[in-house]
Structures are given as C-alpha cells and as structure tokens.
Design a protein around this ligand. Structure first.
Ligand code: NDP
Ligand code: 8X3
Length: 253
C-alpha cells in the first residue's frame, strides 16, 4: 500500500486552515498543522488520528528561526511535503492610513508576507528536487479590490497574488504547481481578530448577508489538489454570491 500524502497547513487552529485539516484528514492524508495556539493544535491532532497522522508545529510564523527550526525538527515520516497550504494570516483594524497603528501594519506584513515567504522558501527546494509538489496560497479579494481601511491588508494580499505568479514563473519545468485562492467575505475568526475581540463589530460583517464558510474554501483546496498534474489553476477568486466589487467613489463638495 502506498504511503498517504502529506499536506502542511499553516494557521490550522481555526477557520480555513482548520476546515482544510479536517477535510484532508477525512480523505486519508497525513497533516502537518501549525499555529500559535498549542492547545488547539493538540486537540486537533487528537481528534484527527494522533501523532502518527498529524504532526503539530507551534510557532509564530513571523519568527523566521522558529519556522526554520520546525522544518529541521520534522519527523522523517513527515519530511516529504506534497502540498503546502500557505493560509496563516490576519487583518488588523479598518482605520484609514493616516490614523492606523503602525504596529498593526507591521504585524500584517510580518505574518501575511514574511511568514508566507519563510514557509515557501523552506519547503520549495525539496519539491523542486523531487519534481513534484504543490504550493497553494491563500490570497484574498482584498488583493484585487481595494477598499477604505484595507490599506496594508489589501497590499499584503496583492503581494501574495504577485508573488504566486512570479514563483510560478520560476518553477516552470519543475512540475511544482502554484495556485492563489482569493476568497471574499467568509465567516471565521477573521473579523474577531481584525476588530480585536469586539464581538458586535465582528458580527456586523456577516449580518444580513450569506458569507462563504470555511468549508467552502477547504472544498476549493481539495478540488485544486485533485486537478490532474498537467493542470495549474493560477488564480481562483471565490466570492459569496451576495458580494461584488463596487463602483468608483467620488468626493463632492
Ligand atoms: P482565522 O482567524 O479563523 O484563522 C487564521 C489562522 O492564522 C489561525 O489558525 C491563526 O492561528 C493563524 N495565524 C495568524 N497569525 C499567525 C501567526 N503570527 N503565526 C502563526 N499563525 C498565525 O481566519 P481565516 O481562516 O479567515 O483566515 C485564513 C486566511 O484566509 C488568512 O490568510 C486570511 O487573510 C485569509 N482570508 C480570509 C477571508 C475571510 O473573510 N475570513 C477572506 C479572504 C482571505 P493562531 O492564532 O493559533 O496563531
Ligand atoms: C478578507 C476579505 O474583504 O475583509 O480577506 O478583505 S476582506
């Protein structure tokens, strides 16, 4: 019997990452799951089949040394990563650029951009060596459609989009695939994080509209992974039916 493939999912302690972990475990895959919340990682590991099937890495993805060490420490049975799902990320605040916190900006850059780079750069060489592998990045509609207060979050996701395209250009001829999934409004812990635990502000994001679910995004990841090896879906924007981009805005006196 062949060995089940391995998917590494960053940010598996909630939302898209957790839903993807549950789906891939259900389909018989082995998982490497990461996040900062150790207890949630351990709970998920237990639920999804224990240490033989699920390896946990507790680190802050913006800590380059911690990320590199986690790869060095991977057990041999998890060292061949078939799919890297670069999902960990966050938005902080919705203030206009001249009023926002520079600390929040820095944290978004460190997490959404640098963290994604650390994981990608560490995993890629072995994929290229094997001439097999798949990097799936979680971008956002925010990378395509800027909105007031989105400033650095939008910028970080535009980076993910362009980086995905450029890495794909580098990887031509290696068989390693790269996709960028760009979801719209999805109900996860995302808004609680953005609004720093202000539950009523977070709830308003989803009130009166039908958002995507984490499961919708996990299903998309599963679909991508099961496309034939000669097919590369480069970008995939996934909006709720009840969301669309708006017209240009005008200031009038
Ligand atoms: P959640 O807040 O539910 O999940 C975010 C995950 O990222 C958590 O597992 C969290 O783990 C992890 N994470 C955040 N910061 C760090 C860090 N510094 N180090 C390690 N892990 C970190 O949000 P979503 O599931 O919605 O978000 C997942 C991705 O999807 C993000 O990149 C987000 O930008 C993107 N996205 C979300 C959309 C939405 O509307 N929800 C739409 C489009 C894109 P922990 O806290 O344990 O560290
Ligand atoms: C999350 C979706 O519209 O809040 O990436 O930026 S949005």
């Amino acid at each position: 019997m062949s060995v089940p493939p391995v998917i590494m999912i960053t940010g598996a302690t909630s939302g898209f990452g957790e839903a993807s972990a549950r789906l891939f475990a259900d389909k018989g895959w082995r998982l490497i799951i990461t996040g900062r919340r150790q207890q949630r990682l351990e709970q998920l590991q237990q639920e999804l089949g224990g240490a033989e099937k699920v390896h946990t890495c507790c680190f802050d993805i913006s800590d380059r040394q911690a990320v590199e060490q986690a790869f060095v420490d991977l057990p041999e049975s998890f060292s061949q990563i078939d799919v890297l799902l670069n999902n960990a990320g966050l938005a902080l605040g919705l203030e206009p650029a001249h009023q926002t916190s520079l600390d929040d900006w820095e944290k978004m850059v460190d997490t959404n951009i640098k963290g994604l780079l650390y994981c990608t750069r560490t995993v890629l060489p072995r994929m290229v060596e094997r001439k097999a592998g798949y990097i799936i990045n979680i971008g956002s509609v925010a990378g395509n459609w800027p909105y007031p207060g989105g400033n650095v979050y939008c910028g970080s996701k535009a980076f993910v989009r362009q980086f995905s395209l450029a890495v794909r250009a580098d990887l031509l001829g290696t068989n390693v695939r790269v996709s960028n999934i760009e979801p719209g409004n999805a109900e996860t812990e995302f808004s609680m994080v953005r609004f720093k635990d202000d539950q009523s502000r977070a709830d308003k994001v989803y009130q009166g509209t039908i958002a995507l679910t984490a499961g919708d995004v996990a299903d998309t990841v599963w679909w991508l992974v099961n496309t034939p090896p000669h097919v590369n879906v480069t970008t995939l924007e996934l909006m709720p039916t009840q969301e669309a981009n708006g017209p240009m805005a005008f200031h009038r006196e």
